[in-house]
Design a binder for this molecule. Structure first.
Ligand SMILES: N[C@@H](CCC(=O)N[C@@H](CS)C(=O)NCC(=O)O)C(=O)O
Length: 282
């Protein structure tokens, strides 16, 4: 059994994809990073960088527990443990490793900074937005060029694709970025349609995680003018286009069902990414 210390973000989603694809038994242990649970001393003992995801594999090497942090290291370990999604042949293995490192060092940090300066920063800083948007576009072009010659980043579907997909899928909200990159779009569609994709997204909304999200919503209702301003800032949409969270009879603020109707449990980046869906801003 593997304990996955998790919160619904692209870095967490990488690991639910692997676990579902490989059919491994696992349990999600929510780490509410909005509440600061990543700083809990028990968590820091095995995730000293105060970030999720992290895992504890109770059936690690030699039958003893193994704890790991950093999503790239976790994916490498799981691939080696199961013999899946990474070749054991040296040349092919390092092809996977180089595309995995490209995600870890480039796509994740740059897309992350872009998202922060576009949607979360308390003030709009045009220089930062432009810098990270340009770099994210350049990285998308590298991916597009690679996918012109290969169906997946490292020939066969691998942990490099699993690491990159959760960051790439957000591009669906920017159709103009997809139109000019048909191979990238084809790759997103192919991975999105894999049978493990749906359970991996559902895993992000397992009862324990959803409960914690709900509790957080109850403590910090997202209603009123300040919430509206935050949504406008984070989504870049006009106020008239926003569907605001609704107040329940218990006085709690819950996210409304997304227009796609797939679920009313907000799983942020694990959501459907419909153009009109405000999940990612809740
Ligand atoms: N390089 C790390 C990044 C992990 C990461 O940034 N996790 C974020 C959520 S996506 C986090 O836990 N943030 C908590 C914090 O910043 O305190 C990985 O890939 O595992």
């Amino acid at each position: 059994m593997i304990d996955l210390y998790y919160w619904p973000t692209p870095n967490g989603h990488k690991i639910t994809i692997f676990l579902e694809e490989a059919g491994l038994e696992y349990k999600i242990v929510p780490v509410n990073i909005r509440k600061g649970e990543q700083f809990a001393p028990e968590f820091l003992k095995f995730s000293p960088n105060n970030r999720m995801p992290a895992i504890i594999d109770h059936d690690g090497p030699g039958g003893k527990p193994l704890a790991l942090f950093e999503s790239g290291a976790i994916l490498l370990y799981l691939a080696e443990k199961t013999g899946k999604f990474m070749s054991s042949e040296t040349r092919a293995r390092y092809n996977v490793v180089q595309w995995l490192m490209f995600q870890m060092a480039g796509v994740g940090p740059m897309f992350g900074q872009r998202g922060h300066f576009l949607r979360a920063a308390p003030e709009k800083i045009p220089y930062a937005i432009e810098r990270y948007t340009n770099e994210s576009r350049r990285l998308l072009n590298v991916i597009e060029n690679r996918l012109k010659e290969s169906p997946y980043l490292a020939d066969d579907y691998s942990i490099a694709d699993m690491a990159t997909y959760p960051w790439g899928v957000g591009t669906r909200r920017e159709p103009e970025e997809l139109e000019s990159r048909p191979n990238f779009k084809r790759w997103l569609d192919a991975i999105g349609e894999r049978p493990a994709g749906r359970p991996a997204r559902r895993a992000a909304r397992r009862p324990s995680a959803v409960d914690t999200v709900r509790h957080q919503a109850i403590r910090a209702p997202l209603t009123g003018r300040s919430a509206r301003r935050r949504l406008i800032l984070r989504t870049g949409r006009p106020a008239s286009a926003l569907v605001m969270p609704v107040a329940t009879s218990a006085g709690a603020s819950m996210c409304p069902p997304p227009p796609c109707g797939r679920s009313n449990a907000c799983a942020c980046c694990a959501c459907c990414h419909s153009k009109d869906c405000i999940c990612c801003a809740c």
